[in-house]
Design a protein around this ligand. Structure first.
Ligand code: KG4
Ligand code: ZN
Length: 357
């Protein structure tokens, strides 16, 4: 019997040190043999955000242990790996360099193929770890650093339909959380408070809701939260503000998804209406519900990664590695770390993000 392809994935772009082993399957969905994620929440908590130097130091301390654990948990041997896949960007350069150099050393010493992966592509392909996901599809990427609608034609072929013109959605969640006194990382805690609050109590702005196509803006929302947060006196106020903020985000995503659906239909010329939502914020259950509702209304099929694969992990990096390996797109060991690495290069450098308001 032919040996099944094994990929070791490594991820250190921000504050998670992660390694995973996946195995190609006879079907289209691979087996996740191990998926180890070590978070640095405790390291950064007292600073209220990720401190790059501390993050890099923590990656250096843990990378070999995490990779060893991923190999051990997989029940395989390091020598059995067919390819080493690693995040090469975008992210914090001091953090990226740790995983990238570790992966290069492994590939060189074991004489294995090496592939450098775009972290955003990892998120974009993450549902492929559990679902038979076919190209093309519409992608909404909502993470700590990115908020974009993209048309995904095939592996490596992206067209950006819309982007945030200021803060990323995860960033807006984290900053709002901080303003109402929630510890880092705020997003998941804000969701918990929102469950207990009244979403109709505070009226918050929805910037560029009716203009700018499916581009988005969250900075004005943050300023409004800052003003109201000064009046927050007790838990009830806090929960109501969290709920009102989250509801406003849901309303914005609902309206902007409708526009993105139309644009995707116009350019993709396909009846295959698949809507993939990925990235850390895709773990938010209320946001999921809104995006499922709007998809069903507009006859799109919504697909989310399972909760444990929404945030940063190395299984998604191994998944992107497997796709790249199948296409025989190997990388050289001199591949640089790329702190900036847009999926749609053409759109990324447009003046003012190319947004017409
Ligand atoms: O994809 P990710 O793990 O890292 C990046 O690539 O940025 O996303 C992290 C972001 C953080 O801003 C975090 O607060 C947010 O995702 N996040 C959430 C939730 N879980 C994570 N935001 C809202 N609700 C959640 N449940
Ligand atoms: Zn990420």
């Amino acid at each position: 019997m032919k040996k099944k392809t094994l990929i070791l994935g490594i991820e250190t772009s921000c504050d998670e040190t992660a390694a995973a082993v996946i195995e190609e399957n006879t079907g289209t969905i691979p087996n996740i043999l191990s998926n180890v994620v070590s978070s640095q929440i405790e390291v950064h908590k007292e600073f209220g955000g990720v401190v790059p130097e501390l993050a890099a130091r923590s990656h250096i301390e843990k990378i070999d242990l995490i990779v060893h654990k991923a190999i051990r948990d997989s029940g395989k041997d390091l020598s059995e790996m067919d390819c080493i896949a690693v995040t090469a960007g975008p992210g914090l350069i001091v953090c990226l360099s740790v995983g990238l150099n570790f992966a290069k050393s492994l590939a060189l010493s074991l004489n294995k193929p090496f592939v450098a992966i775009n972290h955003l592509e990892g998120h974009a392909l993450s549902p492929k770890l559990v679902t038979d996901l076919k190209f093309p599809y519409l992608l909404l990427l909502i993470s700590g650093g990115h908020t974009q609608f993209l048309s995904v034609k095939k592996y490596g072929k992206y067209k950006r339909l819309g982007t945030t013109i200021d803060d990323a959605l995860g960033e807006a969640f984290d900053k709002t959380a901080k303003m109402i006194g929630i510890e880092f990382p705020g997003g998941p805690y804000l969701e918990k408070l929102a469950k207990k609050g009244n979403p109709e109590r505070f009226k918050l702005p929805k910037p560029i809701l009716k203009k700018g196509g499916c581009n988005m803006s969250f900075a004005g929302l943050k300023t409004a939260v800052l003003k109201i947060s000064k009046l927050v006196k007790n838990d009830e106020d806090r929960n109501d503000l969290a709920a009102s903020f989250q509801k406003t985000i849901q309303d914005i995503l609902y309206a902007k998804s409708k526009i993105a659906f139309k644009e995707f239909r116009d350019i993709s010329k396909t009846n295959q209406n698949t809507f993939v939502v990925a990235g850390g914020v895709a773990a938010n259950k209320s946001i999921r519900k809104t995006l499922i509702d709007v998809s069903l209304e507009e006859k799109f099929n919504p697909i989310f990664p399972p909760l444990e694969l929404c945030g940063d992990n190395a299984a998604m990096i191994a998944m992107a590695g497997l796709e790249k390996l199948k296409l025989k797109k190997f990388d050289n060991l001199n591949h640089p770390a790329k702190p900036r690495w847009p999926l749609d290069n053409k759109a990324a450098f447009l003046k003012g993000a190319g947004v017409k308001l």
